[in-house]
Design a protein around this ligand. Structure first.
Ligand SMILES: CC(=O)N[C@H]1[C@@H](OP(=O)(O)OP(=O)(O)OC[C@H]2O[C@@H](n3ccc(=O)[nH]c3=O)[C@H](O)[C@@H]2O)O[C@H](CO)[C@@H](O)[C@@H]1O
Length: 361
């Protein structure tokens, strides 16, 4: 009988792209791959349905502000647990790998109810709510940052690194230039306000577009529903809502980047040696995880950090100038970083489950 794995994670791309990085290696190792996510979330759109069997369940999101949806979502989580339990009972996977995000919690609990071993991965420097809730049900917890181990149970946590999609390493510059209609020779700035885009960063870029275009061509990934048609005809500026397979080509042509400090994006910048200016999501809009991610990268000399409370047009343009001026210094620091191969380490861990079948029959 074929070894089977269930992957889960979703809500935003940061909880899905690490799973995507594992799929080719798991396929090569002979796994039958299932993905459990929501019906309409980003995971349902980017998981390749030709190589993965996709199942949808309901999930609930815990908002950090008052919203009646917090109540209805409790019910959705309950429905999600029931359906996941049934799906997992039918699949009988050897193991579940969860990348976290609110989507993953019902599946982790459904796995535990079926006595299937669960491996979690935490990308941020401090564990998110979904992974905190999932920790008691997990056999192992993998991390992108070594420092995260301080916040997790010692007996089951392992620093493995950030799993990076293989295809990102082999981008093609001429494809990237022609995709954007850019010329060779003028530096290229990538703006990546997280997988959902950032209204604040989008406005910052558009308000200062002439100043930025004096020095850079701009590839702006602005998030779903956040394109601004008024900027369509500007030479040297291209905006996209979300980019899939062309992402590798866009990284290849990028000289420096401006972004939030979502863990996967910043580890991709690090692997690809792209100096970055990070404007982390503030505490007023999050649990502050991106501030910690950005502070660590800035302390290690991989990125420059500008907090929203200090964000003015001038501070931004000055920081961008400094980053570009000092870019070799940042690249040298990144070259010296000792990076574990997150993808390979996770696949090795998963492959340890390829014989035993632990599902309640
Ligand atoms: C608002 C929010 O809660 N953000 C969290 C979310 O960020 P978010 O979902 O933005 O995730 P990341 O920045 O970590 O990763 C985004 C991923 O999407 C990819 N990508 C992005 C845009 C695009 O057009 N195409 C594309 O492929 C990037 O290459 C990267 O692999 O998850 C991260 C990882 O847990 C956290 O650190 C962030 O705090």
């Amino acid at each position: 009988m074929k070894n089977k794995i269930v992957l889960t994670g979703g809500g935003s791309a940061g909880h899905v792209t690490p799973n995507l990085s594992l799929i080719p290696d798991l396929q090569n190792a002979g796994w039958e791959i299932h993905y459990i996510g929501t019906k309409k979330g980003i995971e349902s759109k980017v998981v390749p349905k030709d190589s993965v069997i996709y199942h949808s369940v309901k999930a609930g999101k815990w908002r950090r502000y008052f919203d009646w949806k917090n109540l209805t979502d409790i019910f959705n989580v309950f429905l999600g647990i029931c359906k996941s339990t049934l799906i997992i009972r039918k699949i009988k996977p050897n193991v579940i790998f969860s990348k976290g995000g609110f989507v993953s919690v019902p599946i982790v609990i459904g796995g535990w109810l079926n006595r299937v071993p669960v491996i979690l991965h935490e990308s941020d420097l401090t564990p998110g709510l979904a992974n905190k809730l999932s920790t008691p049900f997990a056999q192992n917890i993998c991390t992108s940052f070594a420092e995260t181990l301080d916040f997790l149970p010692k007996n089951k946590s392992i620093h493995v690194g950030s799993p990076i999609r293989q295809e990102l390493i082999s981008g093609d510059a001429s494809n990237g230039l022609s995709y954007c209609g850019f010329v060779e020779g003028k530096p290229i700035l990538m703006v990546l306000g997280g997988s959902l885009g950032s209204v604040k960063i989008n406005k910052l870029i558009r308000d200062n577009i002439n100043d930025i275009l004096n020095k850079f061509q701009i590839v702006h990934i602005c998030g779903k529903g956040k394109l601004d048609k008024g900027f369509n005809e500007i030479q040297g500026y291209r905006q996209f809502e979300y980019v899939q397979k062309e992402m590798a080509d866009l990284f290849k042509i990028t000289d420096i980047a401006v972004g939030r400090a979502g863990s996967n994006s910043i580890f991709e910048f690090l692997y690809l040696k792209i100096p970055s200016l990070l404007i982390p999501l503030p505490k007023t809009a999050s649990r502050g995880d991106q501030i910690l991610n950005a502070a660590m990268f800035s302390e290690l000399g991989y990125s420059k950090m500008l907090q929203e409370e200090n964000l003015t047009d001038k501070a931004f343009l000055d920081a961008l100038d400094e980053l570009f001026h000092d870019k070799e210094k940042y690249i040298q620091k990144m070259m010296r970083a000792k990076l574990p191969d997150g993808k390979e380490n996770i696949v090795k861990l998963i492959n340890q489950f390829n014989i035993e079948r632990n599902v309640m029959q």
